[in-house]
Design a protein around this ligand. Structure first.
Ligand SMILES: Nc1nc2c(ncn2[C@@H]2O[C@H](COP(=O)(O)OP(=O)(O)O)[C@@H](O)[C@H]2O)c(=O)[nH]1
Ligand SMILES: [Mg+2]
Length: 205
């Protein structure tokens, strides 16, 4: 069962003029390509094929908007990777993303997806700078934690926390094992202002 019955793909955009109207609240997801961003979005939305994993030709280079609840959205930002991107493309994305961070009023937070084995890359540092320049809160998911031993996971989390200090919150995550799911969803819903009904303490089973 989806936690978000209204969740749905809205549209892809390649220019600010194509973005959805700047209303409600949205959280941007960014990550170097292949870091595990689509998988993480699928886990958090609790739908298997929601944000298609890996190769959806074309779409990976676009900004994809998803409705989460009637007035909240997830914005899936393109991540460059080892797919070679021309200088011109890079400049286009740099302008598009910095423009978006500057003008958006609905943008409430950045969730940055990082492969726990690679730590932070220049791409990640650039995204962190965009978000910081507009005082956006940042949460880092160190994903693919299932690929490391427990001690190595703890070490990676500590290292990234030490590097970022109070610039971002950091947690380990695994889409494969659904580890860290609850914490990540709490952050996402906190940014989006989604309130969950709490069960009354004496409500019984
Ligand atoms: N072991 C493991 N593999 C993962 C995890 N998340 C993603 N992957 C794999 O990493 C590859 C890239 O994932 P994808 O979500 O498409 O990355 P994206 O390019 O950032 O959207 C795919 O082969 C996924 O199955 C994870 O938590 N654990
Ligand atoms: Mg993807």
């Amino acid at each position: 069962m989806s936690k978000y019955p209204d969740a749905n793909f809205i549209k892809s955009a390649n220019a600010l003029s194509q973005f959805v109207p700047d209303e409600g609240r949205e959280v941007a997801f960014a990550g170097r390509s292949n870091a595990g961003k689509s998988s993480a979005i699928n886990v958090l939305v609790n739908r298997r094929q929601f944000a298609r994993t890996s190769k959806t030709p074309g779409r990976t280079q676009l900004v994809n908007f998803f409705k989460l609840t009637p007035d909240t959205r997830i914005v899936d930002l393109p991540g460059y990777g080892f797919a070679r991107v021309s200088e011109k493309m890079r400049a286009h994305w740099g302008e598009l993303l910095s423009g978006y961070f500057e003008v958006s009023k609905s943008l409430k937070g950045l969730i940055l997806i990082v492969d726990i084995r690679r730590r932070l890359t220049d791409f990640d540092r650039q995204m962190i700078e965009f978000a910081e320049s507009v005082d956006l809160p940042i949460h880092v998911l160190l994903t693919k934690a299932d690929k490391l031993k427990k001690g190595q996971v703890a070490k990676a989390v500590l290292e990234v926390r030490r590097e970022l200090g109070d610039r971002a919150t950091v947690q380990a995550f695994s889409s494969l094992k659904r580890a860290g799911e609850h914490e990540a969803r709490q952050v996402l819903e906190g940014y989006l202002g989604i309130e969950r009904k709490k069960k009354a303490p004496d409500a019984g089973p």
